[in-house]
Design a protein around this ligand. Structure first.
Ligand SMILES: [Zn+2]
Length: 269
């Protein structure tokens, strides 16, 4: 018998599906893959945070300072007074694993940030703008809220969180990771994280003063005063819009039944 090779059918490599449908399937598939990868990374960070306890964090970062920080002299009046205020505020979170430290960053740009190990950085620019202790107390209380929710570790970014995780499991050192404050501040937090930090900050302020008067006054001034626009823009890049924020804080304070008016404590300097 003679073998006769059959020719393949015409158009065997041409799909019967419309090209646009195929393109759509491809895009949807790729998007699904990217979403899965993103979710996997978020999950890995949560797992890493689960294994890196706050105590580990304190051991690793206890006296760490970011590489790019320009600090003021240790006997600076505002540094000493801000640390004393922070110590008082932290007493309203008695089971906190942290010993909170304040450093002042010699920058004109108003900002405050929570960094690993219980370090809170406030800028000269922010201290120049606060007009009462109550205003400053809320800024510090808000940062304490980021520690409470461990946002400050999530904000480190995946690479650094995983490095910290490996430093813990291998008993290594974080000094080699080379974390800069800018790595953290540029990432910012989600609105939900910010709202939770605001609520924690208000609770701390209320415990300290018996009212929340002037807690959000700094933000009210920024809302109307154009001269501080540059600072406003920078603070907002890491914090939510002031308008909504003030409204949300007022709503929360009213729901908690906190007094909105009370004696204002002047700044200690
Ligand atoms: Zn914040």
């Amino acid at each position: 018998m003679r073998f006769v090779a059959r020719q393949p059918k015409e158009g065997i490599n041409v799909s019967g599906t419309h090209p646009l449908v195929e393109a759509g399937t491809l895009v949807a598939g790729l998007t699904a893959i990217f979403v899965l990868i993103a979710l996997a990374i978020i999950f890995m960070i949560e797992v890493a945070l689960y294994f890196v306890s706050a105590e580990d964090e304190v051991n690793l970062f206890g006296d760490w300072l970011p590489e790019d920080l320009v600090t003021v002299a240790p006997d600076d009046d505002r540094l000493i007074e801000t640390q004393l205020l922070l110590d008082r505020l932290a007493q309203h979170w008695p089971d906190s694993p942290y010993t909170f430290r304040v450093e002042i960053d010699d920058s004109d740009v108003a900002n405050a940030m929570a960094l690993p190990g219980g370090l809170i950085i406030v800028t000269q620019g922010l201290l120049d703008q606060v007009e009462s202790e109550n205003e400053l107390a809320f800024v510090l209380g808000h940062e304490l809220g980021h520690f409470k929710n461990r946002d400050h570790l999530r904000a480190l970014g995946r690479g650094i969180v995983l490095s910290v995780f490996f430093a813990v499991v291998t008993d290594g050192d974080v000094a080699g990771i080379g974390i800069k404050a800018t790595d953290i501040t540029l990432r910012g937090f989600s609105r939900r994280q910010e709202a939770q930090a605001d609520e924690f900050g208000l609770a701390i302020v209320n415990s300290e003063y018996g009212h929340v008067d002037e807690a959000w006054r700094l933000f009210e001034r920024w809302d109307i005063d154009d001269s501080s626009f540059v600072d406003l823009v920078t603070y907002l890049s890491t914090h939510p819009e002031t308008g909504d924020r003030i409204a949300d804080m007022k709503k929360h304070a009213a729901a908690q039944g906190w007094h909105m008016e009370g004696d204002i404590t002047p700044l200690a300097w």
